[in-house]
Write a protein that binds this ligand. Structure first.
Ligand SMILES: Nc1ncnc2c1ncn2[C@@H]1O[C@H](COP(=O)(O)OP(=O)(O)OP(=O)(O)O)[C@@H](O)[C@H]1O
Length: 264
């Protein structure tokens, strides 16, 4: 699907110059897609050219979270021009698979669609290509990671020990496939009272850090549980652009910088 030359991924119609990064989670609902989008926007705000492949075939939510309204456009019968939102090029499995198709049919289609996204889409020059993986440690995320040699992985977890145990399996899977784990992002780490600023650690504390230690990787950041994050996502907005001075936006930018530093 691509060649790695001098640290750059050469695609049929473009290249990825710094990193192909899968965003994974041990289970659903921990904020993987929200984090994929906000990381992409953060990298873009830091001057990087970014693309996203929404490979979460069950819950393809990237177009909605990113506020994408355009469809991919066919060019000369061979290539697809990816739609763009907030400066990010996006291809979603959701645009090619019918939502009502049973998962059991969709899973084998994944391989072909991913290949099509890598070889028939006019990505142009990108610095980062992010993949929103299906949640969990089942066949679907495994198959995708197997198809992406030399890619890296960021693991999203919530702080509960149960969640970090499952997410830890993703790290072990990445090791087996020789994908480098860039680090762990702990989401919904705490809730901050908008009146008094007090932080409540409603899901416990330290699970992300403990998991990062177990996997011998870095805790890239801890993001609060904030109504504004969900509200913006629901409306196709990004908190990074809406409230760039907020603590949560600064934390996203800090995570993006740590990822960039690993590609210097
Ligand atoms: N830090 C946060 N604060 C508030 N709400 C959040 C936060 N992160 C995610 N959410 C909300 O939690 C819900 C689940 O998030 P999201 O869809 O990103 O999870 P996911 O891990 O990708 O789920 P799945 O893999 O099942 O598709 C969404 O409504 C999202 O807006």
């Amino acid at each position: 699907m691509y060649e790695l030359e001098d640290g750059k991924f050469k695609l049929e119609y473009g290249s990825v110059n710094e990193g192909m990064i899968s965003v994974a989670s041990g289970k659903g609902g921990v904020g993987k897609s929200t984090i994929t989008v906000n990381l992409a926007v953060s990298l873009s705000e830091l001057g990087k050219k970014v693309g996203i492949i929404d490979a979460d075939i069950r819950g393809f939510s990237i177009p909605r979270i990113l506020g994408l309204t355009e469809e991919p456009e066919g060019i000369d019968d061979k290539k697809l021009k990816p739609p763009v939102a907030k400066g990010i090029k996006v291809m979603s499995m959701g645009s090619l698979v019918q939502e009502e198709d049973p998962i059991i049919w969709r899973a084998p289609m994944l391989h072909g669609i991913l290949e099509q996204f890598m070889t028939e889409v006019q990505w142009g020059e990108l610095d980062y290509l992010l993949f929103d993986l299906p949640p969990g440690t089942g066949d679907m995320p495994l198959n995708i990671m197997q198809q992406l040699p030399d890619s890296e992985i960021v693991i999203v977890t919530t702080p509960q020990i149960a969640a970090t145990n499952v997410a830890g399996r993703i790290g072990k899977m990445a090791d087996k496939l020789e994908c480098e784990t860039l680090g762990v992002v702990e989401n919904m780490s705490y809730y901050q009272c908008s009146d008094c600023g007090n932080k409540e650690y409603i899901f416990g504390q330290g699970g992300g850090k403990a998991m990062a230690e177990r996997l011998e990787t870095e805790l890239l950041g801890e993001l609060p549980l904030l109504p504004a994050v969900r509200e913006d996502s629901d409306q196709g907005k990004s908190i990074i652009l809406e409230e760039p001075e907020s603590d949560v936006s600064k934390e996203f930018i800090s995570i993006a910088k740590k990822i960039m530093d690993k590609h210097l």
